[in-house]
Design a protein around this ligand. Sequence first.
Ligand code: GDP
Length: 480
Amino acid sequence: VGMNAQEIGKIIHREPAEIVKKLFLLGVMVNQNVSLDKDTIELLAADYGIKAEEKVEVNVSDIDKIFEEEAENTDYLEDRAPVVTIMGHVDHGKTTLLDYLRNSHITAGEAGGITQAIGAYQLERNGKVITFLDTPGHAAFTAMRARGADITDITILVVAADDGVMPQTIEAIDHAKAAKTPIIVAINKIDKPGANPNHVIEQLANYELIPEDWGGDTIFVELSAKMGTNVDELLDMILLQSDVMELKANPKQHAAGSVIEARLDRGRGPVATLLVQQGTMHVGDPIVVGDTFGRVRTMTNEKGKDLDAAKPSTPIEITGLNDVPEAGDRFVVFDDEKTARAAGEERAKEAQMEERKKNNSVTLDNLFESLKEGEMKEVAVIIKADVQGSVEALASSLQKIDVEGVKVNIVHSSVGAINESDIALAEASNAIIVGFNVRATSQAKAQAETDNVDIRLHQVIYDAIDEVESAMKGMLAPKY
Ligand code: GDP
């Protein structure tokens, strides 16, 4: 109470002028700085389809804790669909595969529905449902992980049979391994004359991806995303893998999950695609999403169909939030709207403060402190160098460092400049990046600044090793 049109505009994302105009039409003539009484605010809110309520003070601020509690609620479990992400080198066929799947497998009873790009979709195979994240590429995947959302159950690694293992193939493997998701290898483009699936299999053996026929335990499918050859077999393999994983969730509780993507729609306000991971979501549910809150006003699937209820593993698009959340944010449904609003506002305040003192990522300078606190068992490092020989030399020397039982874990190593994908992986894995005779791209540099990722560049291998070891021992010379 006591807010003016300008403040209200900020909350509901409308221009103050629009609100003043609306008030005028409602018979209230004010400028945007005049504070409004309770009745007027309620009138205005009702006109926007929002319910205005007076502020309540509550102490529920830790959405992650609530989320964990909900996630641990295993009184009642049902099978849920696997959530699958497709990764691989550029041009190896990720988009073609996602498009083929979307167009060829339409959920029964919904044939003819126009599919919208909401960031995820579900399809049906032999009566079983699979959820695909529609954002190919590991940057999106890892950005989500960096924000705490491990939503992928299975990674499909697409490798073109005529091109073989490429730099981003290796990145994708490392990203999937860091997220601890099983990998199914899809050897694509087998219709092409130059296709050589066996060569791909040989190459992948170097990354511990070995098919069962060769004594390993990785599932390989040879397919053509363009022709649709063996795509059904890939789906069968996903279902097989998911059976082994016994994926379950409790649909009989408040819904909780993660944001896949979100944007501001001019007409509808904030729109978010959410993945329900626990519980069942209903229209009208009071909800906190990251630092935003509201009440689920509309809920649709990727075909634009209205849903009343959404069970675990269902991607949904919702409206009704006061602001746009970020991909990877968690969401939780609350008992009542007052509590949701209070929790949302509390979190927004906290997030602002966080932003101000944001510096909790690991750097070589604070490494020793973190190690002393005893919480770290290993130091995560990403290595980039100009030639493969240097990558290997650095990796093996760093891995030999052992300071009081704490070891170096090489999360990823490859030849080439430090890129944005490296920064995303570093942020998600709390890793330090060591570069030898390479530089960071300007985008990567900017991203590292924002994410507080520590990059150390060297021209002498011994210096690089010495620096990491000194940091682990707390003997790093201060930088001037
Ligand atoms: P992405 O960058 O991994 O998403 O790759 P795209 O899906 O955009 O595919 C890159 C190119 O490869 C496109 O021209 C596709 O038509 C082609 N392509 C994808 N899959 C196949 C396939 O199975 N066979 C053939 N011949 N071409 C394919």
